[in-house]
Design a binder for this molecule. Sequence first.
Ligand SMILES: Nc1ncnc2c1ncn2[C@@H]1O[C@H](COP(=O)(O)OP(=O)(O)OP(=O)(O)O)[C@@H](O)[C@H]1O
Ligand SMILES: [Mg+2]
Length: 179
Amino acid sequence: MMKTLVMSQQLRGGVCGPAFLGSAQGGNQVVVKFAHVKPDPIDFLLQEAYIYQHQLECLQGSVVPRHYGVFSGDRRVVLVTAYARKSLDSFEGLDVETKKTILDHIITLHRNGVRHGDVGPDNITMGSDGHPRVIDFSHASAHICPGVDKCQEIIATARMLGISDALSSYHEAPRLKTQ
Ligand SMILES: Nc1ncnc2c1ncn2[C@@H]1O[C@H](COP(=O)(O)OP(=O)(O)OP(=O)(O)O)[C@@H](O)[C@H]1O
Ligand SMILES: [Mg+2]
């Protein structure tokens, strides 16, 4: 159980508030994302936590980093996740296998009912195991995916990665037949 946390370095920060790199007791590196006490940023953080805890629980530690929870105190609310190493500056220069893994991850999110809402290099990290992780679910929404060949976010991601051809290799899960 995490009791004290020392924050060291400020990472890139967005509309919610800053994010800091920290060390928890035991030496695990974590990211602490702050929301200032105004209604909207807290809603964003709580929504992000809900997605990690419920819809993406089974993907923590593989597709997304581990999520430790949301904590409040000193008029602040923070979301804590495992540090998944530095986010990418660009998709250019990545090998094709890594690009395909990133696309796989986005498709896996969709199959778990989540549209990311802000896919880009700054929200993809390269984990310590050499595999990518998707971070930042503050723009995410519940999603019933129409399929890889029809879904805007999946098509746009494949295009951004320069691997649109790869979409044809995905087979949809068999649909239940209705009479
Ligand atoms: N778990 C993590 N592992 C590694 N880096 C992280 C992690 N979470 C956040 N970061 C770093 O902090 C930056 C900011 O965090 P994040 O992307 O979650 O929020 P944001 O883009 O600043 O804000 P918003 O929620 O408005 O999109 C990321 O671009 C990334 O560099
Ligand atoms: Mg971000």
